[in-house]
Design a protein around this ligand. Structure first.
Ligand SMILES: [Fe+2]
Length: 301
């Protein structure tokens, strides 16, 4: 690929969720995930901070109870123009957002489009940064975010090759690895993709009930995972997978349900990828240990 053709997404910039119970989301996001609510809006919606960015999650009231925006950040307007022209040349319908719409999102410039499964994407440059350093009263050591992006997400997808071509050939994602495994009686075939040093910012492997299976936030210390697990067990969120470690990104994590029904992964210790030396592999298990369904939490079963 020549330099002229090369398109690079820097990071997962923000996620939007349309949620039925805004109050439950605020309680969950601040008390369980430890994010900080900011920019409250007249419609009852609000945003959430996790690092030096002004906001990383946009919570909007609505019936969908699902992912409503995936925001991918590029380095500048030159790269944004390059991305738009590459997508346009491939026949993807791209809308250049108005200045008002970009300002609403607290970004400099933005384009809007849909991925092959119809998921709404916003690709932008120039995110607003926060005026104060980030501090969470709950997750005191903070999150691994900033230049690595907010975390990762596992999205619903259709035709694998179409989706791979869209994200890799048009948006520059690189394959990290693949997991083909039996997971609690279901055959999983997931592919993981990176766009910076984080092992994966994106993964997919077929359709999901909602637009996303889960999103991940990664804390800076292992104890934060245990503390978050305790908060979930204490009634903050329904555990879906117990503590465990994935073989590919080495993430030590657990999974639980958000108030909208899709899941989150709360983790620590994710490995980094160096494109100069990285060789994609295929794993035959989704977890080295743990990540059991919640009935394993009941003694004697
Ligand atoms: Fe994950």
């Amino acid at each position: 690929m020549s330099e002229v053709d090369s398109v690079v997404i820097d990071q997962l910039g923000y996620l939007g969720f349309e949620v039925a119970d805004v109050a439950a989301w605020e309680k969950f996001a601040t008390e369980v995930l430890g994010l900080v609510a900011v920019d409250r809006r007249d419609d009852g919606g609000f945003s959430l901070r996790m690092d030096g960015h002004r906001r990383r999650f946009v919570i909007t009231p609505g019936k969908a109870d699902d992912l409503s925006i995936i925001g991918w950040q590029v380095r500048d307007e030159v790269m944004l123009a390059k991305v738009a022209s590459k997508l346009g040349a491939a026949g993807v319908e791209v809308v250049e957002s108005s200045a008002e719409r970009a300002a609403e999102r607290f970004v400099g410039k933005m384009i809007e489009l849909r991925d092959p499964a119809g998921l709404p994407l916003e690709i932008f440059c120039g995110p607003a940064l926060a005026e104060t350093p980030f501090a969470s009263p709950v997750v005191r050591s903070g999150y691994v975010a900033d230049e690595l992006g907010l975390g990762h997400l596992v999205i619903s997808s259709g035709d694998f090759e179409k989706t791979r071509a869209f994200y890799c050939d048009l948006l520059g994602f690189r394959l990290s690895d693949r997991i083909v495994a039996d997971v609690h009686g279901f055959k999983a075939d997931l592919s993981f993709f990176h766009t910076n040093g984080r092992h994966h910012s994106l993964a997919f492997g077929g359709p999901q009930r909602k637009r996303l299976h889960h999103f991940l936030v990664e804390a800076r210390s292992m104890d934060e995972v245990g503390l978050a697990f305790d908060r979930a067990l204490g009634g903050g969120a329904r555990i879906m997978q117990t503590l465990g470690r994935h073989p590919n990104d080495r993430m030590f994590s657990f999974y639980a349900k958000t108030p909208s029904g899709f899941q989150f992964e709360f983790g620590w210790g994710g490995r980094h990828v160096d494109d100069a030396t990285w060789e994609p592999t295929t794993y035959d298990t989704i977890s080295e240990w743990g990540h059991h369904p919640p009935q394993f939490l009941t003694p004697g079963k």
